[in-house]
Design a protein around this ligand. Sequence first.
Ligand SMILES: [Zn+2]
Ligand SMILES: [Zn+2]
Length: 253
Amino acid sequence: MKFIFLGSGTAFTIGANNYHSNVLLINDDNKKLLIDCGSDARHALYELKLSYKDITDVYISHLHADHMGGLEWLGFNRKFDEQCDKPKLYIAESLIHDLWSKSLSGSMESLEGELCNLNTYFDPISIKENETFHWDGIEFRVVQTAHVMNGFTLAPCHGLFFKANKTQVYYTADTQFCPQLLMRFYNEADIIFHDCETATQQSGVHAHFNDLISLPDSIKNKMWLYHYNPGHLPDAKEHGFLGFVKKGQVFTF
Ligand SMILES: [Zn+2]
Ligand SMILES: [Zn+2]
């Protein structure tokens, strides 16, 4: 099973040196699950000689455009290609209404002569709180993170914890630095892919490299860093991490 980073950058990636942090999970039968579909996805897939035709299954972690801004491209292209059927859309129940009503409906609800909804383009699979979803025999636990406070409540964002062959993988999605919440998953995982901001000015909504270095060595030495800013990167290996994930980097489990 391959875990390919289409990109490992933030929402603020510049040019084609890196793309948004979206991942393609490819099983041994070449079946694919796209983990997040940001607005860079079409370019990133094109570099791998792939297109919307290859994306039959997609998981969305949250509603920032670097994670879901490519859904319009995916939905329209597959709808108007006779050879394609609707992609399965795995998404937390707490996100599904807003995904349509606040993000996609502005352009996608109107087709000539037809009033559309999310089901026109996708086959949504809603994941309830504290439940799992299955894809190709793999059980995915959906782990909520503290990413952005929306007034008095947390805007939903969900990473993934799953077992790929014999490897327990924890993919955080976007998250603040909150080891007290996530330590259980850090401990349980064999390999961790962690959101890591590297900007000189901290946004407050992502774990920053300067925070992550305070984690125990036993955690850092199984942790890869992604979702980093353009520009200079500190030496991750020197601080005990496995490194910064590069665009196109492939992990095999
Ligand atoms: Zn985000
Ligand atoms: Zn992001």
